[in-house]
Design a protein around this ligand. Structure first.
Ligand code: ADP
Ligand code: MG
Length: 246
């Protein structure tokens, strides 16, 4: 379902991914762990189509699509969703308006009937209730003055509204307390209950989040490649002995 083959990529003059390969089936949860600077965010950004990175060689296939041949918005329309490590704020644009535009853009691309205002408010109410987010959140400007936890909640709300097929969470747990981590894990479980085919790439520095989301597979990434792959026990081993110990 997701097949990344010997990906070499980076920024001008600096190779960051040095032959990265990974293959994940539908419905699997793959955790990618690794020290800072190992290229985890670069990988996430390249899958989503960030224009600041250059792919020198290698392939990314998702379902039948050649991901690298698609524009970033086409990737999103095909169900690729990246929750950002540092979400941007958009002063003057409300959460409700932003999410409806995002949903409508996706519906348009998929030639579906566009959800109108009334219908959207119903969806939003339901999803906010599911995530335990107060309705007042909907009228605030996107990420403007949001706490770290609120930003991540909005990423999860966006995920549930857009109903993606491939979810990439890039260090969504960094700086979050346990309650906020549980909200993220809960959102992941809800999406999986709705659609057991969703594939997850969970990028994290710490094992903590994986106490609440059990991964199918854990990969350790170092200097642009995967150096070790195992089951969920690998995350625990890492917690005990650190990256150096492995
Ligand atoms: P991680 O997410 O694992 O911490 P990154 O993918 O953010 O790693 O970064 C990997 C390496 O590439 C780091 O040395 C980082 O400084 C460098 N790097 C990543 N993106 C950029 C960029 N846009 N400009 C300059 N250097 C970058
Ligand atoms: Mg990172």
């Amino acid at each position: 379902m997701l097949e990344i083959k010997s990906l070499h990529a980076g920024i001008t003059d600096q190779e960051i991914l040095k032959g990265f390969s990974l293959s994940a089936k539908s419905g699997e949860i793959h955790a990618i762990m690794g020290p800072n600077g190992s290229g985890k965010s670069t990988l996430a950004n390249i899958i989503a189509g960030h224009p600041g990175y250059e792919v020198y060689s290698g392939t990314i296939k998702f379902g039948n699509s050649d991901v690298l041949a698609l524009a970033p918005e086409e990737r999103a329309q095909q169900g690729i969703f990246l929750a950002f490590q540092y979400p941007m704020s958009i002063p003057g644009v409300s959460v409700a308006h932003f999410l409806r535009l995002a949903l409508n853009a996706q519906e348009k691309a998929q030639q579906k009937t566009l959800t109108g205002v009334a219908g959207f408010i119903k969806i939003l109410r339901t999803e906010m209730k599911v995530l335990g987010i107060p309705m007042s959140f909907a009228e605030r400007s996107v990420n403007d003055g949001f706490s770290g936890g609120e930003k991540k909640r909005l990423e999860m709300l966006q995920m549930l509204v857009l109903n993606p097929k491939l979810v990439i969470l890039d260090e969504i747990d960094s700086g979050l307390d346990i309650d906020a981590i549980k909200i993220v894990a809960n959102a992941v479980h809800i999406l999986r209950e709705r659609n057991s085919e969703v594939t997850f790439l969970i990028i994290t520095h710490y094992q903590r989040l994986l106490d609440y989301i059990t991964p199918t597979t854990v990969h350790i990434m170092q200097d642009g490649i995967i150096v070790k792959t195992g089951g969920s026990e690998l995350a625990h081993a890492l917690e005990k002995s650190g990256y150096v110990g492995l």
